[in-house]
Ligand binder design. Structure first.
Ligand code: NDP
Length: 394
């Protein structure tokens, strides 16, 4: 069988590293062609040398020479590009079969979209692309024959338990509801008056998952689940009223689909992103992922409960943005990215994240989105307003 060729956008991050780990276990199935990072030149160079990558891209153009030197020192013959042009080139290389979209935040939109435009098998970790440009993204993928495979563990779980042909409509497939599970993060049971004082280190210390800093904070506020609900809306063509969230602190059941006849199908596994990554990489085959096998006899407490929207206002804000539509998810996402970055830099308190997002959503008008330029315009507008609020109050 032909080895499939892979680009990883965001190779130096948590998803990027896990993807390389899975590829390393399956060298007869996959070959790395291009790897990208934002500023971590040393790590990127090491990865390129180890996997014999043909192209290395550093998003920050000022670091192109540094990357070149790091590769030279390792004796790697990898070509170097930088900036947006480099990211787009890596995503659209004609000889690439699979693109893992694992850049964090809206910064991943253009390159992820390029992978869809060029008809790749797109492994989607960068949920923000779908949150802010879901309709365009799905349409672009369909028009160009790109297959989008979800990497987010919840969406990958849902994909695994949906029947073939679900794209024609969930009702036709007999689906009643899609239930996304959420661990509840590190502050699930912390008294709410203590939330103001939590530190970035505490917020990033997720009880079950080892992830990048932005998504870790999003998991602590449950904004991550809100973004995932919007992501599911586009990935599965799901009407908002068919999407539900259930807290499941053990992160063993990764999500469920409830059918009209009363059946509820769930996908389970040890919380390790290498399972959904391996599933998406090899789909429809199954390959070795290196993940510890789930031993259900040791899991004596699988519990579920409703999310508390007073404790986690970000989840309610995301549902509201999804129902409103238009530019509301763009505003939500941009304000959240600014607020999370400000919290990580200790410029605002943890409990300021939802109130800041709420203020920006109340402040900005709801406007129709006609194209990707509109998405970028409203993204910038919301970021500018959110930054002003951070500056004013910090
Ligand atoms: P990380 O922060 O660990 O990694 C982000 C990657 O993107 C790094 O390679 C980083 O480069 C690169 N990057 C950051 N900013 C830019 C930019 N402006 N332009 C180009 N590249 C950039 O993130 P994660 O791996 O945790 O998450 C990646 C995506 O996957 C997110 O959308 C997240 O929501 C999603 N996801 C992650 C999960 C996880 O378990 N981590 C689970 C499910 C979804 P550098 O290292 O140089 O900064």
């Amino acid at each position: 069988m032909k080895r499939e060729t892979v680009t990883i956008l965001g190779a130096t991050g948590s998803i990027g590293e896990s993807t390389l780990d899975v590829i390393g276990r399956n060298p007869k199935s996959f070959r790395v062609l291009a790897l990208t990072a934002n500023h971590n030149t040393q790590r990127l160079a090491k990865q390129c040398a180890q996997f014999n990558a043909e192209l290395a891209v550093i998003a920050n153009p000022a670091l192109e020479n540094e990357l070149y030197d790091a590769l030279k020192e390792l004796g790697a013959s990898t070509a170097v590009m930088s900036g947006e042009a480099g990211l787009l080139a890596a995503a659209g290389m004609p000889e690439v079969d699979i693109v893992m979209a694992a850049i964090v935040g809206a910064a991943g939109l253009k390159s992820t979209l390029r992978a869809a435009e060029t008809g790749k098998k797109v492994l989607l970790a960068n949920k923000e692309s779908l949150v802010i440009a879901g309709e365009f993204f799905v349409l672009t993928a369909r028009q160009n024959g790109a297959r989008v495979l979800p990497v987010d563990s919840e969406h990958n779980a849902i994909f695994q338990v949906l029947p073939a042909g679900f794209e024609q409509g969930l009702a036709q497939a007999g689906v009643d509801r899609i239930i996304l599970t959420a661990s509840g993060g590190p502050f699930l049971d912390m008294p709410t008056d203590k939330l103001r004082w939590v530190t970035p280190a505490q917020a990033c210390n997720h009880p079950n998952w080892d992830m990048g800093r932005k998504i870790s904070v999003d998991s602590a506020t449950l904004m991550n689940k809100g973004l995932e609900v919007i992501e599911a809306r586009w990935l599965f063509n799901a009407p908002p009223e068919q999407l539900e969230v259930l807290i499941h602190p053990q992160s063993i059941v990764h999500s469920m689909v409830a059918y009209r006849d009363g059946s509820v199908l769930a996908q389970m596994g040890t919380p390790d992103m290498r399972t959904p990554i391996a599933h998406a990489l090899a789909w429809p085959r199954r390959i070795e992922s290196g993940v510890k096998r789930l031993n259900l006899s040791l899991e004596n407490d699988l519990s579920f409960r409703q999310p508390d929207l007073d404790r986690f206002p970000c989840l309610g804000l995301a549902f509201e943005a999804m129902r409103v539509g238009e530019n509301a998810p763009v505003t939500l996402n941009a304000a959240n990215e600014v607020a999370v970055a400000a919290f990580l830099e200790e410029r605002i308190k943890f409990n300021r994240i939802p109130s800041l997002v709420d203020e920006i959503m109340q402040d900005l008008d709801v406007s129709a989105i006609k194209d990707i330029d509109d998405v970028l315009k409203y993204d910038k507008l919301a970021r500018t307003r959110a930054l002003e609020l951070v500056k004013r109050k910090s």
